[in-house]
Design a binder for this molecule. Structure first.
Ligand code: AMP
Length: 430
């Protein structure tokens, strides 16, 4: 009977080496910016108590209601794979007593998040976010700075053409009036709304504003928006954020219908859109969440942050030419006797900083060279019978196609060997 191969789980994908390199570049560029803004890394666990997310993201949010990988642990605790990072950052900040020791904290994280959404282009069940949180500051300058940082992160990652959309979601003082107006407006059109929106009406009415169903967007086209209900303090905050961004020349586009899917936002909310990505064109999002720390049992403390999705940043960056194979040198032993000196030489070269692949002593030179060519190797150091007898290696330069017999002695110091290889490469023009 033929054995069936085991496939990966739907929505969970493998990142193969060419792609992994591109992701690394994007992530490192983004992290470089965060560090220059004074953010420090926090590493968070992937498993949290479900309660953390129902109390922060919101029990009625899609994420908590439908998309969490939650399960009963053996000790009876109900846990979930984290669907996002902000709640964990706040939990860790409180648990470590940072609200007392470091009341103003700039923290960043990166790593996988899990949501059981319907997989499609740019949407996976495991995806990767780079996120940042500034805790302990409630001033509009922090919102503006966070948005500047986002703009700089995209620029550093070589992604242009993005649009930063901004809105204000008000606060506990002004939101209820908007909510009431919105619910009343939607009730008058209830027959035109999709089933999800009818369900959301009492539980999470803000989401009616950004339903993607055409009938709903039509019905809600003139629905009241939060901007018209902002209290004086929220209005002043919003105006100042816009003014600061305009001063530094970071362009933002108002989007009064943006609500964000998570309950904890207040005042500034923003989303980064990469036109051209299709249905899943949001590459990042964030905003202010002044009530969250208190909601999770901490002091009354403000916060602002965001998360960018690495997979969608990759899509926005476009296909970049795959990097040439990483190996610069192949050490090719020919025959059993060459195996040990080849292993030793390869190790010495690696310790000196070279990237080295060790060939298989049992394979013919031709086969080893063929593989080296395919891998984009520059130098092949051949150790065969003759080389062992003379103690001197032969080097084949795969660019100039020249052999250099007796190029260096196997007993030479590693630095001398490396400079010999560099000398040949330079002479061959590269
Ligand atoms: P959110 O936490 O929902 O604001 O998402 C922030 C960013 O994470 C989004 O803009 C996406 O780039 C990314 N993201 C969220 N959900 C997914 C997903 N299911 N698959 C891939 N990326 C995602």
């Amino acid at each position: 009977m033929k054995t069936v191969t085991v496939k990966g789980v739907k929505g969970f994908r493998d990142v193969l080496p060419d792609e992994a390199e591109q992701r690394c570049r994007i992530r490192d560029a983004a992290i470089g910016v965060l560090e220059r803004y004074g953010y420090r890394e926090i590493e968070l666990p992937m498993l949290e108590k479900v309660e953390l997310f129902s109390r922060s993201v919101g029990a009625t949010s899609d994420i908590v209601e439908k998309e969490m990988y939650a399960f009963d642990d053996r000790d009876g605790a109900v846990v979930a794979l984290r669907p996002e990072g902000t709640a964990s950052v706040v939990r860790a900040y409180l648990e470590a007593g940072m609200s007392r020791s470091t009341p103003i904290a700039r923290l960043y994280y990166h790593g996988p998040m899990f949501r059981r959404e319907r997989p499609q282009k740019g949407r996976f069940r495991q995806f990767t976010q780079v996120g940042a949180e500034l805790l302990g500051r409630d001033d509009p300058e922090s919102d503006a700075e966070a948005i500047c940082m986002v703009a700089d992160m995209f620029a550093a990652a070589g992604i242009d053409g993005i649009r930063i959309e901004i809105n204000s979601l008000g606060d506990a003082a002004c939101r209820p009036a908007h909510r009431d107006a919105l619910v009343a407006f939607a009730r008058d059109r209830i027959d035109e709304l999709c089933k999800d929106c009818r369900n959301r009406l009492d539980r999470n009415p803000l989401r009616l504003l950004d339903c993607k169903q055409e009938a709903c967007s039509r019905a809600m086209a003139d629905a009241p928006v939060m901007l018209d209900f902002l209290c004086e303090a929220c209005n002043a905050h919003h105006a100042r954020v816009l003014e600061l961004l305009s001063n530094v020349g970071v362009e933002v586009v108002p989007n009064p219908r943006m609500v964000r899917g998570l309950d904890y936002y207040c005042r500034t909310a923003f989303e980064i859109v990469a036109p051209g990505l299709g249905a899943q064109d949001a590459v990042g999002g964030g905003g202010r969440y002044d009530g969250l720390v208190a909601e999770l049992g901490g002091p009354d403390m403000a916060g602002v942050g965001f998360a960018l999705g690495i997979e969608r940043m990759q899509l926005a960056a476009g296909q970049q030419p795959a990097a040439a194979g990483a190996t610069q040198i192949l050490v090719a032993p020919l025959g059993d006797d060459a195996a040990a000196p080849a292993l030793e030489l390869a190790r010495r070269l690696r310790l000196a900083g070279c990237t080295v692949e060790l060939g298989q002593s049992g394979r013919k030179l031709k086969a080893q060279l063929k593989r080296a060519d395919k891998e984009g190797v520059r130098h092949v150091i051949i150790i065969g019978e003759e080389e062992l007898a003379t103690g001197k290696a032969t080097v084949r330069d795969l660019v100039s196609r020249q052999d250099h017999a007796g190029c260096f002695a196997l007993a030479d110091p590693t630095e001398a060997i490396v400079s010999e290889l560099e000398r040949h490469a330079a002479a061959a023009g590269g």
